[in-house]
Design a protein around this ligand. Structure first.
Ligand code: OOB
Length: 523
């Protein structure tokens, strides 16, 4: 039998409620509370626009009514494909209110990903920024197309609004949002996060990071991603009564002036961006003194870079090792330098059950490297509509097999040492190797292909495609153009293409990816 969603077993749900992790509140209520408690505070800044909590709430309510009037409601999926604009938030809360489920595509996604997500989630609506609205033609099965900005032949999201009350909302154990997986093999899977578990995720994170009404959070990374969305991110800031400052690009040229102008106190970056910021800050005259906390996560931050954060940016560093599937590890504010610089932190929750195991699922001896398995109050029990895949991705007793190789220090912190799965982590952007390989294989001049990650000082890893050509090898340009034509997100295009006559094989005859990855020197 195929089920959309795998719930937590009753005894776990009961325990998580008893412990106060699950409060049976919905994410829609979070904004109701904010609008009641501090209506006139600024909730979000987007360029010249500043919306108070009351305004954001009003926009979300009107949008919820407008969506309802168009027949969109409880359990319907809505594919959201927006950069960091204020409408992302009014839309997200409108959907939370009516129990429709946002499927969060990344701004970098293009046709391949949008088509894949549409097949998997069967959304009733696609909400897209005007510059990408033509992508709607690739998914004609989606009934409604709403555009933020100039709508062209479609409907402007602005016009989807109505007076009234949105009516009954979702239950706290319903799916609140479908996030994209970064850590699994093959094309992205969808991660069903419930109101209860995601509310805990953002609330506990906000408390751990000391978020409050004075927090001014810069959303530099795309907030469609779990990290800037809820760890504690934008939602954690709104929970705490702070202000979210939206940034459409994370480059220092865009972000630094905003930090100065808006007196930003905290932001989250992936390590390659943190390096760019450090270099730029050393030369910059922009006043970054308001910055109190810099979170770095998504891929491994080098200790040398970690050490520079405090001296160059004058703020506290926090390493965040998380996954959209749930588990979050944080270094704590006030931890000794050695912990903050050299580890990826420890679990958020006392009831995050982390096991570190061998390839046979046996616990490794203390301090040794093994695969991280996890179960807990905000870690999913299964991907969305993926019964077959779930059988391998989770253990029989409900632990998620993260595919990450980690070791645990005696003090409890985790250090990420690598991965057991075929995903290239290009500075936090996760490249599903199989997906890109399959596309390249459909090129007439490609006989076989294997894409591997090559260590790189800045990005952590870059991708190299080894290609066995059919006849005359095509040019690299040709192959990249082909991938682009197929609408692949730019971060997935191989950084390097090498033509070979054959692949090294393992004893079993499988392509030896390890051997391939040592063919190229470091970047
Ligand atoms: C975050 O989430 P995803 O779902 O894009 O990717 C998860 C994977 C992890 O399994 C791990 O392989 C890698 O990204 N990762 C890290 C890391 N943080 C994530 N590897 C080394 N060091 C780190 N600090 O990337 C994510 C979700 C929530 C918060 C932060 C990151």
């Amino acid at each position: 039998m195929t089920t959309d969603f795998v719930p937590w077993p009753d005894e776990f749900a009961r325990y998580y409620r008893e412990r106060g992790y699950w409060r049976d509140r919905t994410l829609g209520a979070l904004l109701d509370d904010g609008a009641r408690r501090w209506p006139s505070r600024t909730a979000v800044v987007d360029g010249d626009r500043r919306w108070s909590y009351a305004e954001l709430n009003k926009k979300a309510t009107r949008l919820a009514c407008g969506l309802r009037a168009r027949g969109i409601g409880h359990g319907d999926r809505v594919l959201v494909h927006l950069p960091n604009v204020a409408e992302f938030l009014s839309l997200a809360f409108a959907l939370f209110r009516i129990g429709a489920v946002p499927v969060l595509a990344l701004p970098a996604h293009r046709r391949t990903e949008i088509v894949h997500l549409t097949r998997l989630a069967t959304p009733v609506a696609y909400v897209v920024a005007s510059d990408l609205r033509d992508l709607a033609h690739a998914v004609p099965e989606i009934a409604h197309v709403f555009v933020v900005g100039e709508p062209g032949e479609f409907t402007a999201l602005e016009d989807v609004s109505a007076e009234g009350e949105p009516g009954d909302g979702p239950g706290p154990c319903d799916i609140a949002v479908l996030l994209l997986s970064g850590g699994t093999t093959g094309p992205p899977k969808l991660i069903p996060r419930t109101h209860n578990d995601y509310e805990y995720n953002l609330r506990a994170s906000a408390k751990l990071c000391g978020f409050n009404a004075d927090t001014r959070y810069l959303a530099a990374l795309p907030m469609a991603h779990n990290f800037p969305l809820a760890c504690p991110g934008v939602l954690g800031t709104l929970w705490a009564g702070g202000t979210v400052v939206l940034c459409t690009g994370a480059d220092p040229g865009t972000a630094f002036p905003l930090i100065e102008a808006e007196r930003v106190t905290v932001t989250a970056l992936v390590p390659p961006l943190a390096l760019v910021w450090l270099d730029a800050a050393e030369k910059s005259t922009v006043d970054l003194s308001s910055l109190e906390l810099l979170q770095a996560g998504g891929s491994r931050l080098k200790a040398e870079a970690a050490r520079r954060v405090t001296s160059v940016l004058g703020c506290v560093l926090q390493q965040v090792y998380g996954m959209a599937e749930g588990l979050l590890n944080y270094t704590r504010i006030g931890d000794p330098d050695a912990i903050v610089n050299d580890t990826q932190g420890r679990p958020l929750c006392a009831d995050d059950e982390v096991r570190i195991v061998t390839a046979d699922d046996e616990p490794v001896p203390a301090g040794e490297v093994g695969e991280l398995h996890v179960r807990g109050p905000y870690t999913i029990r299964g991907y969305y509509r993926a019964t077959e895949h779930n059988a391998g991705a989770f253990t029989a007793d409900g632990f998620y097999r993260s595919g990450d190789l980690v070791r645990r220090l005696p003090t409890g912190e985790l250090v990420v040492e690598g991965r057991v799965k075929d995903v290239i982590n290009r500075g936090g952007d996760k490249i599903p190797v199989e997906e890109v390989e399959n596309l390249l294989l459909s090129h007439p001049a490609v006989y076989d292909v294997a894409i591997v990650g090559i260590p790189d000082d800045v990005m952590g890893e870059r991708s190299c495609a080894y290609v066995i050509a059919r006849g005359t090898p095509p040019s690299r340009k040709d192959l990249l153009a082909y991938l682009r034509e197929h609408g692949v997100a730019a971060f997935k295009l191989p950084d390097r293409v090498r033509f070979v006559k054959s692949f090294p094989r393992t004893g079993l005859g499988k392509v030896d990816r390890k051997a391939l990855s040592t063919l190229e020197n470091r970047w």
